[in-house]
Design a protein around this ligand. Structure first.
Ligand SMILES: Cc1cc2nc3c(=O)[nH]c(=O)nc-3n(C[C@H](O)[C@H](O)[C@H](O)COP(=O)(O)O)c2cc1C
Length: 350
């Protein structure tokens, strides 16, 4: 059904217009308490065998929505009601900014992929904090992904991240330092250990000082050389970070300027996950993102060592109930393998 709607209707409209409409619809849903609860009851993962605990946070299921869809923390409840186990909001920057000129979001339907050069369009940390403080009618695990404001020079990047962290860490179930988006000039340079160490040290101080000690993760690019992946993993261990999200979009493609996501990213994203797992074992929580399309992908990432899995592009092509469907299928898979819980599968083939 969704395939038909997508091929006959949605793909004829500008991708960003469809995105904005979807965010508005989900934000509206969040304001309809009865419908929101009904959908949550029907589609959110409820079976204890799907529950996952990571860095002290309890997730109802392992599959969450990757950063970049709910950039302003405007509709996380609506997303959770459709079956996602967590929602990573952002990327949020200290100061609001418009992002790059349009068009900046492109579908590659045949490749089951997307290219985006959004450029962290968002209302800024203050506005996001206001939204995150609103009371919620259903339980939602919310990760907050922060990035650098475009006009802030690299030399002042740490202060800019710290400003966001101060506003948002107290309101987040976990915090992510994003140094891997390709659409803010110079951002990915911050992945160099010499720059990343002071940045992560400063943000961690802020995250550690919240009443509940907010878990801190770093999100990396798939385009890092293998040695650089190792270096970031070692740094994360050294600084006592809680985990790594691998990966963001890739710039290794021949299309429009921007980051490529979806099916073509699958292989590299899995390779990066395997590499980090080999290096750190279970000392860090690994969150796998990139090219996840179906339950087989989710299962493969879990077996390879991911405690949590995220998707974005797969949802665009899979339809509104994509996450609910995958969680249902995952539960069957867990039972078929005679496991009591999905967490028993984490790292089994690592
Ligand atoms: C339109 C779009 C916008 C994105 N914006 C962000 C962002 O703001 N911050 C971020 O960390 N990742 C962002 N991403 C990357 C995703 O979070 C994810 O890491 C990547 O798309 C790979 O997953 P996928 O193949 O399931 O889409 C964005 C992805 C897309 C498609």
């Amino acid at each position: 059904m969704y395939r038909l709607v997508f091929s006959q209707v949605l793909r004829r409209f500008d991708a960003e217009a469809v995105h904005r409409l979807t965010v508005s619809a989900l934000a509206l849903l969040a304001r309809l308490p009865l419908l929101k609860r009904l959908l949550h009851r029907a589609f959110a993962p409820h079976d204890p065998a799907l529950r996952v605990s990571a860095f002290g946070v309890h997730f109802p299921g392992p599959l969450g929505l990757a950063a970049g869809f709910d950039k302003d923390a405007a509709c996380a409840e609506g997303i959770a009601a459709l079956g996602f186990g967590h929602v990573e909001v952002g990327t949020i920057t200290a100061h609001g900014q418009p992002g790059n000129p349009r068009p900046r979001l492109f579908r590659l339907v045949r490749e089951r992929a997307v290219i985006n050069r959004m450029g962290f369009n968002n209302d800024g940390a203050h506005a996001a904090a206001r939204r995150l403080r609103r009371p919620r009618g259903i339980p939602v695990v919310i990760g907050v992904n922060i990035g650098k404001t475009k006009v802030v020079p690299e030399s002042e990047a740490t202060a800019d991240y710290v400003a966001s962290a101060k506003k948002l860490a107290p309101l987040a179930d976990y915090l992510v330092v994003n140094v891997s988006s390709p659409n803010t000039p110079g951002l990915r340079n911050l992945q160099a250990v010499s720059l990343l160490r002071p940045l992560l040290t400063a943000v961690k101080q802020v995250a550690d000082a919240t009443p509940r000690r907010t878990p801190l993760l770093v999100k990396i690019a798939p385009d890092l050389a293998d040695e650089d992946v190792d270096a970031v993993a070692e740094l994360a261990l050294e600084l006592g970070l809680d985990g790594i999200i691998a990966t963001n979009t890739t710039i290794r493609h021949g299309g429009e300027t921007g980051g490529l996501s979806g099916r073509p990213l699958k292989e590299r994203s899995l390779a990066v996950l395997r590499r980090i797992r080999a290096k750190v074992g279970d000392r860090l929580t690994l969150v796998s993102a990139g090219g996840v399309e179906d339950v087989d992908d989710v299962w493969e990432r879990i077996l390879a060592g991911a405690t949590l899995v995220q998707g974005y592009t797969g949802w665009i092509y899979g339809g509104p109930l994509w996450a609910a469907r995958i969680h249902r299928q995952l539960l069957r898979r867990v039972r078929r393998h005679g496991l009591k819980s999905v967490t028993e599968a984490v790292g089994r083939t690592a």
